[in-house]
Design a protein around this ligand. Sequence first.
Ligand code: ADP
Length: 267
Amino acid sequence: DPSIRISLRLIPYSDALWLLVARDVGKLMRLEKMRRDFVANVSHELRTPLTVVHGYLDMLDPSDNPEWEPIVGEMRRQSQRMTQLVEDLLTLSRLEAQDTLVEEEVAMAPMLSTLRREAEAIGQGRHTVAVEDAAGVDLRGSSRELHSAFSNLVANAVRYTPSGGHIRVRFAPDAGGGVALSVEDTGYGIPEAHLARLTERFYRVSSSRTRETGGTGLGLAIVKHVLQLHQARLEIASEVGRGSIFTCRFGAERVMARTEDIHEEPH
Ligand code: ADP
């Protein structure tokens, strides 16, 4: 049976005896795969009914009936949230099922412009956004996945920073010939006790504030998976009331000389 995976451990028992312990870890792996497939299938099945609900909600015009206006508004917001949740779950499933990566040249100049536009759009002009391209190189990896990781960090920086704050995205050389992309904000910050668990699915620091901001609780889990696939590290530094810096560190093997004639924007 090819699905059986045996893990063997030799444990000293006494001076003359050793124990050989055999475990079928295949069962665990099969259960983990069932969990992954289940989440992926449910998310996929939810897509169509959600699209229908969303479509009809958009067609509703409550202007004749003023008491319906806030209700329809709330239904739209919640169906939007559910759609985002389903999309994030599908992204996570896709990332988990992947053990090899698309290896393409990720054009960083257009990536950084896209991130700037996204930050400005989400913040609706309530923050200043600075983007600095100090590395002058590109990355080797998947444009689509890296964009979703960086984009999540930028969206968080905006959502967890009050009006008038500053967001800075910086792409710069790093130790050992690598590069780092950091997203810095002057927002609420994160208490130290939460930092280690932040990339777990649905882990949130304060549920009331996060519910208002409309995130799904899956953003940093997505970031972690994308970086793992690129053998990159996520570092989080934060101070309550001052702000946070999320840094993605890529090794030298991910660095590519920039080709001048790439103008395509990532998806
Ligand atoms: P969410 O959709 O809730 O933002 P994430 O996985 O992206 O989910 O983030 C997990 C939690 O980490 C958030 O709920 C928030 O409490 C905290 N967090 C993430 N980014 C920031 C940030 N830039 N500043 C302050 N808190 C943050």
